[in-house]
Design a protein around this ligand. Structure first.
Ligand code: F6P
Length: 328
């Protein structure tokens, strides 16, 4: 092992995601395993600036693998965008003797980490944690699988009532810039239509498609709308538009909201988080910096922060085709 690193700081930042606790646990226990100290930094970069630190040992992270949210709490820090804020953060790290950081979060977290690491030469390794699954360079992010299961379970329930009343439901799911949740949960829940930000279907085509499916004998419909979708931008307006242009259906709206961010993580997310956490500590010991640990074809890989920040992942056309065919 390189002599450099003795004390690792770990933080969670941005929107919380189920499985973040499992990742914290893995980072702490991997640090203990390698005889390194581990410091928990509370409230993300806010806590770094305000020196909100706590020593963590193997027992500090007991009984959290099954819990949603994040033990370390999370925040979206405005002060960290400013040079003065980052300087305070750096001085606090030095005072505490923290040599390196593991940051768990999404693209905003990595953007901050990248600037900070370059400015002060602090080794930082990122772990992708967001329900949106919108980070370049990794097939999956922590929390995404759990969120999908939450959405599918909710839509299954909505389907029961939609079917009983011959209604059309618009179900809004999270995903500010990415349609991954809408597309995959939509297929999993058997939705008639899926509206995502990456593809503008247009209102006219939507109505045509709904008319066609009604003609084919369907008596109820589920439309999954990603919150970032252009035509679904205001889902209540879209509901009125559909009611005005399509006869025979009563329309109802359900916004799933933050329910998608909570809950006990799925086994997939727990295992993913554990693997990424252990690998993040390995990476720091291996003198890696400015990298995210990603997963590609079930193998852990290093992805430079700069690569993770590229805008929008490619749309999976095969999934779109599957959605079209299976909703006939
Ligand atoms: O990035 C995760 C996410 O849940 C997005 O899907 C959503 O748009 C956003 O966070 C909501 O953020 P907040 O909890 O700050 O309202």
């Amino acid at each position: 092992m390189e002599k450099g690193i003795r004390k690792i700081g770990v933080l969670t930042s941005g929107g919380d995601a189920p499985g973040m606790n499992a990742a914290i646990r893995a980072v702490v226990r991997a640090s203990v395993y390698h005889k390194l100290e581990c410091i928990g930094i509370y409230r993300g970069y806010e806590g770094l600036i305000e020196e909100d630190f706590k020593n963590l040992n193997a027992r500090s992270v007991k009984n959290i693998i099954n819990r949603g949210g994040t033990l370390l709490k999370s925040a979206r820090s405005k002060e960290f965008f400013l040079k003065e804020g980052r300087l305070k953060a750096y001085n606090n790290l030095k005072n505490e003797g923290i040599d390196a950081l593991v940051t768990i979060g999404g693209d905003g977290t990595f953007a901050g980490a990248s600037v900070f690491s370059n400015e002060f030469d602090i080794p930082i390794i990122g772990i992708p944690g967001t329900i949106d699954n919108d980070i370049n360079g990794t097939d999956f992010t922590i929390g995404y699988d759990t969120a999908l299961n939450t959405v599918v379970e909710a839509i299954d329930k909505i389907r029961d009532t939609a079917n009983s009343h011959n209604r059309l439901f618009l179900v809004e799911v999270m995903g500010r810039d990415a349609g991954d949740i809408a597309l995959n949960a939509g297929i999993g829940a058997g939705a008639e239509e899926i509206l995502i930000p990456e593809q503008d279907m247009g209102r006219l085509r939507l109505i045509e498609s709904l008319k066609k499916s009604k003609k084919s004998g369907k008596t109820s419909s589920i439309i999954v709308v990603s919150e970032g979708d252009q035509i679904g931008k205001n889902i209540f307006k879209l509901a009125s538009y559909i009611e005005d242009n399509l006869t025979g259906y009563e329309v109802r709206v359900t916004v799933l909201g933050h329910i998608q961010r909570g809950g006990s993580p799925s086994c997939f997310d727990r295992v993913l988080a554990s693997r990424l956490g252990v690998k993040a500590v390995d990476a720091l010991i291996d003198n890696q910096k400015n990298m995210m640990i990603g997963i590609r074809h079930n193998k852990l890989i290093y992805v430079p922060f700069i690569e993770t920040l590229k805008t929008s992942k490619e749309l999976d056309l095969e999934l779109i085709r599957v959605a079209d065919i299976t909703s006939l």
